[in-house]
Ligand binder design. Structure first.
Ligand code: ADP
Ligand code: MG
Length: 322
């Protein structure tokens, strides 16, 4: 069972940042409004994520750490209308298969918090713990028990940068949640609750928001909102392309292509445009269950979507800006 978990874990958790992404998604799914992240050595040595969400009841702690155990969907049918970020029920199991995990949680109805630990794959019984509300997930020593995998981790700085990227994506899509990030005891990022344009400024810098075309396009069952940077923004690269579908960060060539084509069409420039775009559509029009990390999705009608995005971006770029 530990071996199966370790193999499967590789698909979800390639590096500390992938664990961080899953843990943050869980906090968001639990309606947290504040999430604090503490990392040691790029997250390889330790990560501790504290949220103020709804918590996990004592009897749910061990199931939460078990593969394919999810509280978020209860039938195959639900798979077609997923609105939570998690649904596979394998993240915590995978993380605990490749690190040592401590899970502490308190709900609104218990007298006190409870804690379980996983050391080298074996889970302890819940023990009383101190925590006023929410959940703390602590993972130590990534891949310590799998030297072959540990070898593939890059330097502390690289792993830290990946963790930062994960935070930025989540911070962009959830301005209604406060985030802090500490690395090796130093506060590196603090994003207080705000509106979307202030949050974009906080995450991507003042200069990004200084020259953007904004987009707000709605059709029958679909809506695109956000900003595309104008050519005056010189730091555009593949790394400044943020696209979210129903609040989930997505990398998709079709979408990047549609935006790039619009840029070329209106501005006669062939380059990577920077953008932060939020697409909302009927969850049944997308399949998020394509890849364990959930960063790829399938659209039911990719051509129509390409057209919609192309026209929306084209229209906003062609509009004379302020
Ligand atoms: P999934 O998110 O796909 O359901 P996970 O392995 O990520 O699977 O988490 C398993 C379960 O643990 C979740 O379904 C949820 O019930 C619970 N859980 C995990 N993290 C938290 C959290 N921070 N707050 C509340 N519940 C949590
Ligand atoms: Mg999850």
């Amino acid at each position: 069972e530990l071996l199966i978990n370790q193999i499967a874990a590789g698909e979800v958790v390639e590096r500390p940042a992938s664990a961080l992404k899953e843990i943050l998604e869980n906090s968001i799914d639990a309606s947290a409004t504040r999430i604090d992240i503490q990392l040691l050595q790029g997250g390889i040595k330790q990560m501790r994520i504290t949220d103020n969400g709804t918590g996990i009841a004592k009897d749910e702690l061990i199931p939460a750490l078990t593969r394919h155990s999810t509280s978020k969907i209860s039938s195959l049918d639900d798979l077609h209308k997923i609105t939570s970020l998690g649904f596979r029920g394998e993240a915590l199991a995978s993380i605990s298969a490749i690190s040592n995990l401590v899970l502490t949680s308190q709900t609104d109805t218990q007298n006190h918090a409870w804690q379980v630990q996983v050391n080298c794959g074996s889970i302890t019984q819940p023990r009383p713990a101190a925590l006023s509300r929410g959940t703390v997930v602590e993972a130590h020593d990534f891949f310590a028990n799998i030297p072959a995998r540990r070898k593939f981790l890059k330097t502390e700085t690289t792993e830290y940068t990946h963790c930062e990227d994960v935070l930025k994506r989540m911070a962009l899509v959830r301005p209604d949640v406060e985030f802090t990030l500490e690395h090796n005891g130093k506060l590196r990022h603090q994003y207080p609750i705000t509106d979307i344009s202030q949050r974009i400024k906080a995450v991507l810098g003042e200069d990004f928001m200084q020259s953007v075309a904004s987009i707000n396009e709605q059709a029958a069952d679909i809506r695109l909102q956000g900003v595309v940077a104008l050519p005056a923004y010189s730091r555009a690269s593949r790394d400044t392309q943020y696209f979210f579908v129903n609040h989930r960060f997505i990398r998709d060539r079709l979408i990047a292509h549609a935006i790039r084509e619009a840029y070329r069409d209106v501005l006669h420039l062939d380059r990577y445009p920077a953008f932060v775009l939020f697409l909302e559509m009927n969850p049944s029009e997308v399949d998020v269950n394509v890849h364990p990390a959930k960063s790829e999705i399938k659209f039911r009608d990719p051509r129509a979507l390409h057209q919609f995005i192309f026209h929306a971006v084209q229209k906003s770029l062609a509009r004379p800006s302020k």
